[in-house]
Design a protein around this ligand. Structure first.
Ligand code: MG
Length: 387
């Protein structure tokens, strides 16, 4: 039989004014949730998720029941967000671990995860992450696009690719671990791992055997490194066989919602919507500008032999084809041969009126030239040569 000993704490950190993290200790179920969403949304999301998780899980023994409890938590957060306009778009991470039994009646440790809170196991002096982060940068790291070091300072490291309560259903990761005497399981929100590297965390777990002392030390170090975010830590120790469990504080704590004045940039919800609208707006402006450029001008050209005034640009602009604004009764042969190539290429004018004037001008120049050519003065010129 596996005996557990545990501790937990949550801290607002140094920078934030409110704590949107929630923590659940209801042995054999343990969880952390890091809420996000403006106007109390974050606190409501994380607290709601853990309340439903606990209520649904009560008495459960299988990993399928644990997964079902997470799905119910998702549905509840989603429903709440739909019913209250001020909570629209709220969501939360959820990382939970539970001591369960498999089909053979053997003890197992099941770790479920949605988002970027983490579950670790510290075994034989080594710290290993059990969960995978559902974050934009983590997916870039997995795809080999950026390094793990780059990820730590990446501007998009707050963006989650999966969170609880932002859609009616959610995909939940589950990992099954075979608990060994001496194992230490660590659940934490990103406020801890953002400040402390795995080596620093491992050093504390190696040094301080009492879970509460280790948690106090981890939180103090995270705050000393800046404490930019809320910090939540749960440690669950698998007792060595024959050891006597020390009395520890088993008080269950769900952080109650509190008013919020700043909130974490969150999942693909409100922020992404604003971004999408911005991009759509910019595309609209660009298309509008091209359209305006394409259509704001006129030119004189030909269709067959007929001189025609087009609206548009002789050089087709993107997919905007010029259209005929006016047909004239002038044929290309009526004009001066010297003007023909320009008109065939398209003679651009600033307005329809200017284009009409240009045509009229070409017609009168051609008429003048014919008059000159056909007049006696014309033949005089041609014959006025030196005697
Ligand atoms: Mg956080």
């Amino acid at each position: 039989m596996t005996t557990l000993r545990w501790g937990s704490a949550t801290d607002v950190g140094v920078v934030r004014e409110s704590n949107q993290d929630s923590v659940l200790v209801a042995a054999p179920l343990f969880a952390v949730a890091d809420g996000m969403g403006g106007h109390q949304g974050g606190e409501v999301a994380s607290a709601t998720a853990l309340e439903v998780l606990e209520g649904t899980f009560k008495g459960a023994t299988s990993s399928e029941q644990l997964l079902e409890a997470v799905r119910r938590a998702n549905a509840k957060v989603w429903d709440k967000a739909q019913l209250d306009e001020q909570l629209h778009g709220m969501g939360t991470t959820l990382t939970a671990a539970a001591l369960l039994t498999d089909e053979d009646g053997k003890d197992i440790f099941a770790v479920v995860n949605v988002g970027d809170s983490r579950g670790y196991v510290f075994r034989d002096g080594a710290l290993t992450q059990i969960t995978s982060d559902h974050s934009f940068v983590e997916e870039m790291v997995r795809a080999g696009e950026i390094s793990a070091e780059d990820a730590e300072s990446h501007p998009k490291r707050n963006i989650l690719t999966r969170a609880l309560g932002v859609e009616p259903t959610v995909e939940v990761d589950i990992e099954i671990v075979d608990p060994q005497p001496g194992d230490r399981y660590l659940l934490c929100s990103d406020g801890l791992v953002r400040e402390l590297g795995d080596d620093q965390i491992a050093a504390v777990l190696r040094r301080l055997k009492n879970p509460d002392e280790a948690i106090r030390d981890l939180i103090a170090q995270a705050k000393a490194h800046g404490g930019h975010d809320n910090i939540t830590v749960v440690i669950v120790d698998v007792q060595e066989e024959g050891s006597t469990p020390e009395p520890v504080n088993h008080k269950r704590s769900i952080v109650p919602p509190r008013p919020v004045s700043n909130h974490e940039p969150g999942v693909f919800t409100f922020r992404s919507l604003v971004f999408v609208l911005l991009v759509a707006g910019l595309i609209g402006i660009a298309v509008g500008s091209v359209f305006w450029y394409a259509r704001s001008s006129y030119y004189v050209g030909v269709e067959g032999q007929q001189v025609v005034i087009y609206q548009g640009r002789p050089e087709k602009v993107l997919w905007f084809e010029p259209t005929i604004a006016q047909r004239t009764d002038v044929m290309i042969n009526d004009l001066l041969p010297v003007s023909v190539p320009d008109i065939q290429k398209g003679e651009t004018q600033s307005s329809l009126d200017a284009a009409r004037k240009y045509v009229a001008n070409q017609v009168s120049q051609a008429a003048e030239a014919r008059q000159v050519a056909g007049s006696p003065a014309g033949s005089t010129t041609s014959t006025t040569t030196k005697p």
